[in-house]
Design a protein around this ligand. Structure first.
Ligand code: ATP
Ligand code: MG
Length: 340
């Protein structure tokens, strides 16, 4: 395999590396000043899939992607991209992976066309070819009309698309997208999803991070949920949802002191433990059948545990997340700098 073999979008990934996986990572660790931002993550991404890494702020998503993309040193564990060892072959890995960062990495004062051209030139593409690629990408991403406007005048959605376009100049077979739709309005998010699906239809493999559960649900073939640097679950969105039962009983106890008694009762009635919410006295219980909720509530009343509020619902991915991690996602994230 030579690097030039990888020159097409979705171009045949190398097949002589001993693994069929696009990404294979074992026990990845990154420590920042004693804090394990990524704490032993295993990851397998199959060629041609959209793999979603889901986690709240600070979970370690960006750090993990940056290690896989050779932008950060791997402190422990190892990773391969299409069978190529990441730590041992950083140059080859950079040919295999296109990275679109959480922050748009384009020059504000240049136009979209100039930016793409410049990115191409910086990556060693000859000038006439860089010009042609820029025109193609501007078309592919619906940016023709804005092509000659400076980026400073672009909307958030246009910037995201340009940033993604820039990561495709060398047509890598694997694309990392770090929170590709954070801060975008719903319509622009939908467009971005279509663009990402289009990349996969063209043969690309996509590893993306998100903190939006619906995004993982809509877009990803498989999802890994990470929290505090560790993987807490993995599967298709449907598998993750069914893992927490068909219904979810949410309760707020009138007396937070009674949580231990309530936990004991739920365990006795259902044979499984409830998940405690961040709010004092909140319990979430996965149910195989919605009518088991009545059994739990009767047992609680019999034991004299009073409940301030209660609801039974089909679990959303939010509840899946809560059940898996014991805390909610940051639904109020606004995408501002201080949140990142
Ligand atoms: N360069 C760094 N130096 C020190 N600590 C860091 C550095 N980069 C990340 N961290 C810490 O590592 C943890 C994981 O950060 P990371 O950026 O990977 O999270 P994330 O899942 O991408 O979060 P977000 O959704 O906010 O982007 C955080 O506690 C963060 O403060
Ligand atoms: Mg991040």
């Amino acid at each position: 395999m030579s690097i030039t073999d990888l020159g097409r979008l979705g171009g045949e990934p190398p097949s002589d590396g001993g693994t069929d996986l696009a990404v294979h990572a074992e026990g990845l660790v990154k420590t920042f000043g004693g804090h394990r931002a990524v704490d032993g993550i295993d990851l397998d991404v199959r060629p041609g899939e959209i793999f979603g890494v889901l986690g709240p702020n600070g979970a370690g998503k960006t750090t993990m992607l940056r290690m896989l993309a050779t932008l950060l040193k791997i402190d422990a564990g190892r990773a391969e991209i299409f069978g190529v060892d990441v730590a041992g072959n950083p140059h080859m890995i950079r040919q295999l992976v296109g990275v679109t960062g959480q922050y748009a990495s384009v020059d504000e004062n240049l136009t979209a066309r100039e930016n793409l051209w410049l990115f191409g030139r910086l990556q060693g593409v000859a000038a006439p070819r860089a010009r042609r690629i820029a025109v193609d990408l501007l078309g592919q991403f619906g940016l023709e009309e804005a092509a000659d406007r400076p980026i400073a005048q672009f909307s958030g959605g246009m910037r995201r698309r340009l940033d993604l376009a820039a990561s495709l100049i060398t047509r890598p077979p694997l694309i990392f997208l770090d929170e590709p739709t954070t801060g975008l309005d719903p319509r622009t998010r939908g467009q971005m999803w279509d663009t990402i699906r289009g990349l996969v239809a063209d043969g690309c493999t996509v590893l993306l991070t998100t903190q939006y559960l619906d995004e993982a649900d809509q877009l990803a073939d498989r999802v890994a949920v990470i929290d505090h640097g560790r993987k807490v679950a993995e599967g298709t969105p449907d598998e993750l949802k069914s893992a927490v039962g068909n219904s979810a009983l949410q309760m707020l106890l009138a007396e937070p002191d009674e949580v231990p008694i309530a936990v004991e009762i739920v365990r006795r009635v259902l044979g499984s433990d409830p998940v405690l919410g961040t709010e004092q006295g909140r319990l979430n219980v996965a149910l195989d059948q919605a009518d088991l909720a009545a059994d739990v509530l009767i047992a609680l009343r019999t034991a004299g545990v009073s409940i301030a509020s209660v609801s039974v619902a089909k679990p959303s991915l939010d509840e899946v997340f809560l059940a898996l991690t014991g805390h909610e996602t940051d639904g109020d994230k606004t995408g501002t700098e201080e949140n990142r």
